[in-house]
Design a protein around this ligand. Structure first.
Ligand SMILES: C[S@@+](CC[C@H](N)C(=O)[O-])C[C@H]1O[C@@H](n2cnc3c(N)ncnc32)[C@H](O)[C@@H]1O
Length: 378
């Protein structure tokens, strides 16, 4: 993977951002020195996104929406959360406990849209818990919810710093799996894992291991996929522990996750030889995670086959994998368009529907996976 030169195409960070990034760079250099000169990319990504007080998601920069770096479906339109709420209503009417647990709630917009729609549908929901690791995002969510929800609703919302002891209901996550740190693997005749070192005032790629758990797993995948030499890709080793810890607390639960990703034949397509890792900085997408530490989002597509295997192994049952367009249309997206809206509003709504459902936008790249545990619904 070559280094990328931001001066050509990316906006320059301002002095405050540079100072912030420099503090994170110092911190990562210390981790690299303590590790003997190189760390796994997974650790590097973990520090870049989640280092307390410094990482991209842990610190205070605006991330979501026009003033941030990227736009997620709840930010595109309230119709997204409203349509999810339609599906929740159907699940609750079949006996699923009427409470939600949302992972990584962003601005809190999805929570607001779901609660308002459930109220409009007359659903008597019990509780909405948010598991948010970033205290900055938690504060932003609290502010939005206080502005948008009644005090009766607010009393039923709580923030968790870890999984509850037990949970029955619906677990939700939009674009959470893609934000988990990944390992990077390169086939150089045999597989090796790439790590990150620091030389000449910059982070650089360096071989990290030729027999790590990630390398061994990649060899197994390659036995099926037969990938070409010099193929570079990612592995997300978090799926299994994440599903396992969730399975341990979920007794009768639905897991509903939305994210961009592929099944393995597409994920490991020979033409995808530089992998799926991308970075977002001020609405520019680029492939170099070694620049702008702490200032940009770093993300990798979801391998839905690997995720489904992890979920099955840990006791979930797979109910379906749908494109976002299929899921939203099947759950009443188009019927939600307000008939009374004026012409300008109609244009706005139709643009939002296009963003959420067209194949070239979020419609096909994004998938919805639904899994059940301890439930036998028709
Ligand atoms: C791309 S943002 C998506 C935010 C929001 N769901 C949305 O759609 O606008 C990814 C979020 O996932 C959170 N996240 C990643 N791994 C997580 C985990 N293991 N537990 C809880 N949150 C996590 C991050 O902190 C971040 O807030």
């Amino acid at each position: 993977m070559s280094s990328y030169h931001p001066a050509i195409e990316l906006p320059a960070p301002d002095p405050q951002q540079i100072a912030h990034s420099s503090r994170l760079i110092e911190c990562i250099i210390q981790h690299i020195e303590a590790a003997g000169g190189v760390i796994s990319f997974r650790d590097y990504m973990q520090y870049c996104l989640y280092e307390p007080g410094l990482g991209y998601y842990a610190a205070g920069a605006t991330k979501f929406g026009a003033a941030g770096d990227f736009v997620t479906a709840p930010e595109v339109s309230a119709l997204f959360g409203q349509t999810l709420a339609n599906h929740l209503r159907d699940l609750f009417s079949q006996g699923v406990a009427p409470q939600m647990l949302e992972f990584g709630a962003g601005t809190g917009k999805l929570c607001v849209d779901i609660i308002q729609r459930l109220n409009a549908l007359g659903v008597d929901w019990l509780a909405y818990s948010i598991l948010e690791t970033s205290s900055d995002l938690q504060q932003r969510q609290q502010t939005l919810l206080e502005q948008q929800l009644s005090s009766a609703d607010l009393q039923k919302v709580s923030w968790l710093s870890g999984l509850p002891q037990a949970f029955n209901g619906v677990v939700l996550g939009n674009e959470v799996l893609d934000a988990m740190p990944v390992n990077i693997l390169l086939k150089d005749k045999d597989w090796l894992e790439l790590g990150v070192a620091y030389r000449d005032q910059q982070f650089v790629w360096q071989p990290y291991s030729s027999d790590s758990a990630a390398v061994q797993q990649m060899r197994q995948i390659d036995a099926d996929q037969q990938l070409p030499d010099q193929y570079c890709t990612e592995l997300n080793l978090n799926y299994q522990p994440w599903c396992k810890s969730l399975a341990e607390v979920c007794h009768q639960a639905v897991l509903l996750l939305v994210d961009y990703g592929y099944l393995q034949p597409q994920y490991y397509h020979p033409q995808r030889y530089t992998g799926t890792l991308v970075c977002f900085y001020q609405h520019r997408v680029h492939p170099d995670p070694l620049i702008y530490p702490g200032l940009q989002d770093v993300t990798a597509f979801v391998d839905f086959d690997a995720f489904a295997d992890a979920a099955l192994e840990t006791g979930f049952r797979i109910v379906g994998l749908f494109t976002q367009a299929e899921f939203l249309i099947a759950n009443g997206l188009l019927e939600l368009l307000p008939a009374a809206a004026d012409a300008m509003q109609q244009i706005t709504f139709s643009q939002q529907v296009k963003s959420l459902t067209l194949p070239g936008e979020m419609g096909e790249k994004f998938k919805v996976i639904e899994l059940h545990k301890g439930l036998d619904l028709s």
